[in-house]
Design a protein around this ligand. Structure first.
Ligand code: 5AD
Ligand code: SF4
Length: 477
């Protein structure tokens, strides 16, 4: 039986009241047990989801939970899911499946499944039926309802699996949510939520709701505080940052917002994602060209190099418009790092369309490319169209990545012998003998470093390159 109940609107006061009740409940436990309850958050998907997870963790810590390293140690597990491709959903469901064993050992364990996947009714329904140990679900637009939903499940000892509240999907932007940031020097800042574009392949507008922008003053305050706290690399997030500002009482477009943020003094980088090519304005490019903190880096998802496919995708630009924007960017921003997304095997993609995409890659010369095999998403128009056979998709994908590897390598070769500024992240996960960091263009750099360099800028002379990595020597750090 489908439960048609919805979450009701939840303001700051209600959120705080529920958080207080959970806090007291946790305090009593910590007093009697001598330690507090643990929380573990597993995250799938994009940067927006990582930012959402930092808020979930922030709220949990505010309610008296202690972050733990593994799911086994936790009393509360949150799985923040992604719905962009089937693979991401399958991985999240497999992970939730594994938690069944932990729950068997600890019947008091609370498991919440959050994010894009559970904003879909059919997924909530399958969690309700087939995963009886899942305590609650929380869609992306309702994350601020976490304390209230959690308290309801504790107080009534019940499951809370409901649709999102329509107000949350359409108009509400919840401010003042505590954030527990994973890094002390890189930070995400959401500037808007949702998407109105309805690209024919994409689930995002259905699961993240309509475009809602945060007030400029709230964003300015948050970024100012981050810079003052020593954050060095701040990324503004939105599904389509170029439409920032629509519907705000005080008119402000994204270029205006960037200019205002760029005036914040300090030694820090400002970046943003994602831009839609139909809205990437010359004004925005001009602001980037003259900015002090804005890095010369642009992520501009092309999706396909074929006008016919772009039209079917409902992208509302063609190759001529895309190339016009790229040409202007390259003219105005000399050190530009340009990256993009491509979908291979979109319904109806013929060999000639695919060849047009390869020609586009050659023409633009992206530094990095995120390529995806088209994955039909239930409820989107393209899911019902005639599909490209899986083996054709796979062959095209593999070949496309080979072509891009060559382009990325050639782009990186241009950096050999140059000094690049790098923000150091720490010991490399792939090669513990080395340290790694990222350039302003987000390229990975490997070098011999020290712990004292972590979270700081250094200058690296590039000596050797691969398609997706630079290797070099620190000359000042
Ligand atoms: N199948 C494959 N890739 C997709 N993307 C979005 N929807 C799908 C889908 N159904 C890709 C797009 C987008 C990126 C974040 O994910 O390239 O830019
Ligand atoms: Fe999806 Fe298109 Fe919106 Fe990007 S702009 S989130 S691809 S619908």
């Amino acid at each position: 039986m489908v439960d048609k109940r919805m979450l009701t609107p939840c303001g700051e006061q209600e959120r705080e009241a529920a958080a207080g009740l959970v806090r007291d409940w946790n305090l009593a436990y910590a007093r009697s047990m001598g330690h507090s309850r643990g929380v573990y958050v597993a995250t799938f998907g994009c940067q927006q989801n990582q930012a959402d997870s930092e808020k979930l963790l922030g709220m949990a810590v505010d309610m008296g939970y202690r972050p733990v390293e593994t799911a086994e140690e936790a009393d509360l597990i949150l799985v923040n899911t992604c719905a962009i491709r089937e693979h991401a959903e399958n991985r999240a469901l497999a992970m939730v499946g594994e938690y069944k064993h932990i729950r068997e050992r600890n019947p008091d364990l609370i498991i919440g499944v959050c994010g894009c996947m559970v904003s879909q009714e059919h997924r909530r329904e399958s969690l309700r039926k087939s995963y009886p140990y899942v305590t609650f679900t929380l869609g992306t637009s309702s994350l601020h309802q976490f304390p209230r939903v959690l308290w309801e499940s504790i107080e009534k000892d019940c499951r809370v699996i409901r649709s999102e509240c329509p107000e949350d999907m359409e108009s509400e932007v919840a401010e003042g949510i505590p954030v527990h940031r994973a890094s002390g020097y890189r930070a995400w800042v959401s500037v808007m939520y949702g998407c109105n574009n309805f690209c024919s392949y994409c689930i995002v507008p259905y699961v993240r709701g309509r475009e809602r922008s945060r007030e400029k003053a709230d964003i300015l305050r948050e970024v100012q505080e981050l810079v003052q706290a020593g954050y060095r690399d701040i990324t503004l997030l939105g599904q389509n940052v170029n439409s920032y500002g629509r519907g705000l009482a005080e008119p402000c477009d994204f270029a205006d917002l960037l200019s205002a943020l760029d005036a914040i003094p300090g030694d820090w980088w400002l970046r943003f994602m994602t831009s839609h090519p139909k809205d990437a304005s010359r004004k925005l490019i001009d602001v980037m060209a003259t900015g002090k903190h804005i890095v010369p880096t642009f992520h501009l998802p092309l999706q396909s190099g074929s006008d016919r496919v772009l039209h079917a995708m409902n992208r509302r630009y063609d190759m001529a418009k895309y190339m016009d924007t790229v040409t202007y960017m390259k003219e105005r921003i000399p050190r530009l790092t340009l990256t993009s997304d491509i979908i291979v095997g979109f319904p109806g993609e013929e060999e000639e369309d695919y060849q047009a995409t390869l020609r586009a890659l050659e023409a633009v010369q992206f530094d990095m490319l995120f390529a995806f095999i088209y994955s039909p998403r239930k409820g989107t128009p393209a899911a019902g169209w005639e599909q490209v056979p899986p083996e054709v998709k796979k062959t095209r994908y593999t070949h496309l990545m080979e072509v891009q590897d060559g382009i990325s390598l050639a782009r990186n070769r241009e950096l050999v012998g140059q000094v690049v500024r790098v923000l150091c992240d720490g010991e490399s996960k792939t090669n513990p003998a080395l340290y790694s960091g990222r350039t302003e263009g987000n390229k990975s750099v490997f070098f011999a470093g020290t712990e004292a360099m972590v979270g700081r800028f250094c200058q690296v002379l590039v000596e050797r390159v691969e398609p997706y990595a630079l290797h070099g020597r620190v000359i000042d750090g």
